[in-house]
Design a protein around this ligand. Structure first.
Ligand code: AMP
Length: 394
C-alpha cells in the first residue's frame, strides 16, 4: 500500500480541508468525556499550521437525519476545547459560507458545522463534494474511523482536490499494513466478542491470512456446537453451525491453526461476582452459561503468543464488563502487552469493545498500536477496500 503522505504536499498559503473525526463522546452535562479523537487530530493540525496552511476542519457528529440542522448535534462544543489544545483561536462556521474561508490567514484554524447537516453528505452527492472542494486547494483525510463510509466530506471531495493522508491516518495505515498486509510471521489473531454473525466476513478473511486464529467470547460457543458439544444456556447461534464448520474447513485448507477454548468458565447466573465453575468444553451443564474462557485456554493463548511475531486482537474473550468474567481477557491482554513492550511481539488491536477491554487490563499503552476505529477497523480486517483509504493510496 503506497500512501500519499502529507510530507510530500505543497501547503504554504494553501487552504487545506481536513476531514477529522470529532464525533466525541459527551457526558450528561455535555462535557467531552473522552478526547482521544480530538488529540488524534492535533499532529496534523500543528503540521499544517507550521507549514503556513489555512486549516479548515470538517467532521460529522452523531446521526442527525440527513440534511437536518439538529441543534443538539452541533459541533459548537468543540472549538473551545480545540483552541485550548492548540493554544490558538479556532473559528466556528455554522454555515459553509465560502467567503469566510477566503478571509482566512495562514496558520488560522476553522471548524465547519457538522457535515451531516449538509444535504447530500451521507449520499456522497457529487454537487456537495464539489461545493466543499471549491473552498480549498488541498484535501487531507485524517479520520480512519470514518474511512469505511463513502460520504461527500470523507471521500467525494477527493475527486476534486489533491488528496493526502493526515498524520493520524498515516500512522494507522502503517500499523495496520504491518499487522496484516506484510506481517512478521507467524501471525495470529485473537477474535472474541458476542456473536459469529457479526464477524463471519472477518473470520473468513482472516483464515486466509493467518498462521493461528484463536476464537473466544460468546462466538466460540457456536464453534463448540459445531463440534457436537452441548453449551447449555450459553449465548450461541445454532443456525450458524454450518458457517462455523465451513470456516474451520477453510482454515484447514489454508493451514491456519484454529485455537478454540480447551476449558471454559461457567455460571448459572450472569451477574457480577456470580459463583463460577471451570469446566471442560464437553462438561457444560444444561443450566449453565459459558461466560469466559478458562485458565488452560489462557495458557494456550500465551503459548501461541510466544510463538507468534505478530498479534491482531479484536473482541473480548469473555463477558468482560461483568467481573469475574473479565479474568481471561485481562490476563491475556496483560501478557500480550508485556511481550509487545519487550519487543518480542507486534501487538495491534482495535474495534469497538476491544479498546475498553484492553483499557481494563491497563494494556493499551504497551500494545504496539491500538486503533480506536470501530467499523473501519473491522472492515479493514475483513479485507475490504475502504473508500477513505482508497483516496489516500496509489
Ligand atoms: P463484540 O461487540 O462482538 O466484540 O462483542 C463484545 C461483547 O461480547 C461484550 O459486551 C462481551 O460482554 C460479550 N461477550 C463476550 N463473551 C461472551 C460470552 N461468553 N457470553 C456472552 N457475552 C459475551
Amino acid at each position: 500500500m503506497k500512501i500519499r503522505r502529507l510530507e510530500t504536499a505543497e501547503l504554504k498559503n494553501k487552504t487545506v480541508l481536513v476531514r477529522v473525526d470529532f464525533n466525541l463522546p459527551r457526558d450528561a452535562d455535555g462535557a467531552i468525556s473522552d478526547d482521544t479523537r480530538l488529540r488524534a487530530a492535533l499532529p496534523t493540525i500543528e503540521h499544517l499550521r507550521e507549514a503556513g496552511a489555512k486549516v479548515v476542519l470538517l467532521s460529522h457528529f452523531g446521526r442527525p437525519k440527513p440534511g437536518e440542522n439538529n441543534e443538539g448535534l452541533s459541533l459548537g462544543f468543540v472549538p473551545p476545547a480545540l483552541a485550548e489544545a492548540i493554544q490558538a483561536p479556532v473559528r466556528f462556521l455554522s454555515t459553509p459560507n465560502i467567503n469566510a474561508v477566503k478571509t482566512m490567514e495562514p496558520g488560522e484554524v476553522m471548524l465547519l458545522e457538522n457535515t451531516r447537516f449538509l444535504p447530500g453528505e451521507t449520499e456522497n452527492s457529487a454537487e456537495l463534494a464539489e461545493e466543499l472542494a471549491s473552498k480549498g486547494d488541498v484535501f487531507v483525510m485524517d479520520a480512519f474511523s470514518a474511512a469505511h463510509r463513502a460520504h461527500a466530506s470523507s471521500a467525494g471531495i477527493a475527486e476534486h482536490l489533491p488528496t493526502y493522508a493526515g498524520l493520524a491516518m498515516e500512522r494507522e495505515l502503517d500499523h495496520l499494513a504491518q499487522a496484516l498486509d506484510h506481517p512478521k510471521k507467524p501471525v495470529m489473531a485473537i477474535v472474541g466478542g458476542a456473536k459469529v454473525s457479526s464477524k463471519i466476513d472477518l473470520l473468513e478473511h482472516l483464515v486466509t491470512k493467518l498462521d493461528m486464529l484463536a476464537i473466544g467470547g460468546g462466538m466460540a460457543n457456536t464453534f463448540l456446537l459445531a463440534q457436537g458439544l452441548d453449551v447449555g444456556k450459553s449465548l450461541a447461534e445454532p443456525d450458524l453451525i454450518g458457517k462455523a464448520t465451513d470456516i474451520m474447513k477453510a482454515a484447514k485448507r489454508a493451514k491456519c491453526k484454529i485455537i478454540l477454548p480447551v476449558d471454559v468458565v461457567t455460571a448459572t447466573e450472569f451477574v457480577e461476582g456470580a459463583e463460577t465453575r471451570v469446566s471442560a468444553p464437553d462438561g457444560v451443564k444444561s443450566k449453565e452459561m459459558i461466560l469466559d474462557v478458562g485458565p488452560d485456554t489462557v495458557t494456550a493463548l500465551m503459548d501461541a503468543m510466544d510463538k507468534a511475531e505478530t498479534l491482531i486482537w479484536n473482541g473480548p474473550l469473555g463477558a468482560f464488563e461483568t467481573p469475574p468474567f473479565d479474568t481471561s481477557t485481562i490476563e491475556a491482554a496483560k501478557y500480550a502487552a508485556k511481550l509487545a513492550k519487550s519487543g518480542e511481539l507486534i501487538a495491534v488491536a482495535g474495534g469497538g469493545d476491544t479498546v475498553a477491554a484492553l483499557a481494563a487490563a491497563d494494556a493499551v499503552d504497551d500494545f504496539t498500536f491500538v486503533s480506536t476505529a470501530g467499523g473501519a477497523f473491522l472492515e479493514w480486517m475483513e479485507g475490504k477496500e475502504l473508500p477513505g483509504v482508497a483516496i489516500v493510496t496509489e
